[in-house]
Design a protein around this ligand. Structure first.
Ligand code: SF4
Ligand code: SF4
Length: 276
């Protein structure tokens, strides 16, 4: 039986060990419960095989003696769970499926910004596109109007291609969102920019502004674009922690969201490959 993914809803916290929460029921030495909140290990399933200690790049697990427990005499203890880079190696490699990685909750202000984004983004994009399609551009500028439709198509292509590559190359954890990748994706559109999905999303409010040319789409669209850049910055920090040096090398190779620079660098890499 794997660890219950809903253990935080179904179980109660019954204590702490070196600052790490213990989720009951507990009746030592036979019943030990689940240890950890963001990296949770079901000690009643854990056989002490040591795989998680070996694969964790953050080396945040420690052994704890558990004499008298029916499955093993030692257990993996997530001693520094807040150092987790969310690479999912321990969860996917644990032979007993005793590990569950849980996203730490967003800080209050990031939570607020996410809600704001979810509310404003569809209204701005859909509203602007419908306005432009039905009434034409508010300012009557034809070239930005047509450029806006091109920007929209490029944005959608980037967005969908990035989702496709996440699924194909990122090996997301089964049963989790596509964002829970276990491999660094650096091919396809990810060989041009590091965040084609964010770039795709940024281009949608830009397209709405160009197509509608209405002041309201600009007033709502500009804060959305700023929000997206804040999210990208946060994503970069998390990815650097998750993929370590591989991500740092990728950062040197591929620009964050500059499409033209990304295409130029990609062509140069291909040219160098052919000529060496
Ligand atoms: S990989 Fe799983 S079974 Fe093995 S020590 Fe870690 S938690 Fe226990
Ligand atoms: S998800 Fe990765 S970094 Fe986090 S505990 Fe597991 S192996 Fe370590």
């Amino acid at each position: 039986m794997p660890i219950d993914p809903d253990f935080q809803k179904k179980r109660k916290k019954v204590g702490k060990e070196k600052g790490i929460a213990i989720w009951g029921p507990v009746d030592p030495p036979e019943k030990l419960g689940i240890y950890g909140t963001y990296i949770a290990i079901d000690w009643d399933i854990c056989t002490g095989c040591g795989v998680c200690l070996k694969v964790c790049p953050q080396q945040l697990y420690e052994w704890v003696e558990t004499s008298g427990h029916p499955t093993s005499e030692k257990k993996a203890f997530p001693a520094r769970e807040l150092d987790c880079g969310q690479c999912y190696k321990c969860e996917t490699k644990c032979p007993e499926q005793a590990v569950r990685i849980v996203y730490p909750p967003l800080t209050a202000w990031l939570n607020f910004l996410s809600y704001l984004f979810v509310l404003l983004m569809p209204a701005q994009v859909i509203g602007g596109l419908i306005y432009g399609a039905l009434f034409g551009p508010y300012l009557g500028l034809k070239i930005p109007f047509y450029v806006g439709w091109v920007v929209l198509v490029v944005g959608l292509l980037l967005l969908f291609s990035s989702l496709l590559y996440f699924r194909k190359r990122g090996e997301p954890v089964r049963g989790r969102s596509l964002m829970c990748t276990t491999f660094l994706v650096d091919s396809g559109t990810y060989a041009i920019v590091r965040h084609p999905q964010f770039l795709g999303i940024v281009l949608l409010p830009c397209a709405s502004i160009l197509i509608s040319q209405h002041w309201l789409t600009a007033i709502i669209g500009v804060p959305i674009i700023v929000l997206l850049f804040i999210f990208v910055q946060k994503a970069e920090e998390a990815l650097a922690l998750k993929f370590g040096d591989d991500y740092k090398r990728y950062m040197q190779r591929v620009p964050r969201m500059n499409l033209l620079l990304g295409i130029m660098r990609l062509l140069r890499r291909k040219w160098e490959k052919v000529n060496h």
